[in-house]
Design a protein around this ligand. Structure first.
Ligand code: PEP
Length: 274
């Protein structure tokens, strides 16, 4: 498969505005995980448009429903400013990979973004730094914008290994990636111990790691490129702590799980990100 779909598909209408060197446009992403059947997903998407609509121009809002909901949800979103993402993809364009979905398939469902390397996939489905890197190459090839997830376990944090683990994951994911491919990228720092636990990292802790990632990106690419990558925080973000995270210099938005499957809470978080 190649990019013919990208050229003819209306998703290009939704391509996010370019982020400048000093001004990163906030990005708020909802990861619906394995929640919502197609009818429910359509209902939630409609509720989100009512709750979030009218905030165009201030931030990018993306929702990532389960695969079977992508197409019906895209039909609801196509006249709105909310963008669609998938939660995973395979690195091959097609083939005998039972149960897998290719980048072209999710692109033709209306996706602009794809989440790669979520810790739940690393933990339960054998995702590794190497597979994340292969998926990233495939996403770039077809024109999907990646949201690459990294983050340490509690054990690794307690052992003082946060920098080594997180920067190691970032480095491995970005292997062979050129600076020219980077605008539009997002990296989500999601400490595993904060995901779905109700115990978020403090905004100071998160900013410290984000700043390490930004410095790494400066060395890996250059200052201009590093300044364009949006760094998201994920892990028990709620309406009452979102603004604190989003106010930090290197936190450009959030990857939101549990709080994204209710229109009111996700809208409140999205509004905090502008
Ligand atoms: C996530 O799924 O990426 C996530 C951050 O989940 P939660 O917001 O529920 O912690």
């Amino acid at each position: 498969m190649n990019v013919w779909q990208a050229e003819s598909f209306p998703v290009s209408l939704h391509f996010p505005r370019k982020v400048g060197e000093s001004m990163r446009r906030p990005l708020i992403v909802g990861n619906w995980k394995m929640y919502k059947e197609p009818d429910e997903a359509v209902g939630l998407a409609r509720a989100l448009i009512s709750a979030i609509g009218g905030m165009e121009g201030e931030r990018d809002v993306v929702i990532c429903p389960p695969f079977v909901c992508l197409q019906p949800v895209f039909q609801v979103l196509r006249d709105s400013s909310i963008l669609l993402g998938a939660q995973n993809m395979h690195w091959e364009a097609e083939g005998a990979y039972t149960g897998e979905i290719s980048g072209a398939m999710i692109l033709t469902c209306g996706c602009t973004y794809v989440i790669l390397g979520h810790s739940e996939r690393r933990q339960h489905f054998g995702e590794t730094d190497a597979t994340v890197n292969r998926k990233l190459a495939a996403a770039l090839e077809i024109g999907l914008l990646p949201i690459i997830c990294v983050g340490e376990s509690l054990e690794q944090r307690r052992a003082g290994r946060v920098e080594e683990v997180v920067l190691g994951q970032v480095e491995a994911a970005l292997q062979s990636v050129a600076a020219k491919d980077v605008p539009g990228f997002a990296l989500a720092y999601e400490p595993i111990w904060a995901i779905g636990t109700g115990t978020a990292s403090s905004a100071d802790q998160a900013e410290e790691v984000h700043s390490l990632i930004r410095n790494f990106l400066r060395q890996r690419f250059d200052s201009k490129t590093a300044a364009q990558i949006r760094l998201l925080y994920g892990g028990s973000v709620k309406p009452d702590n979102a603004a604190d995270f989003f106010a930090r210099t290197n936190i450009d938005g959030g990857l939101i799980g549990g709080a994204s499957i209710q229109a009111e809470t996700f809208a409140a978080i999205a509004k905090a990100g502008g």
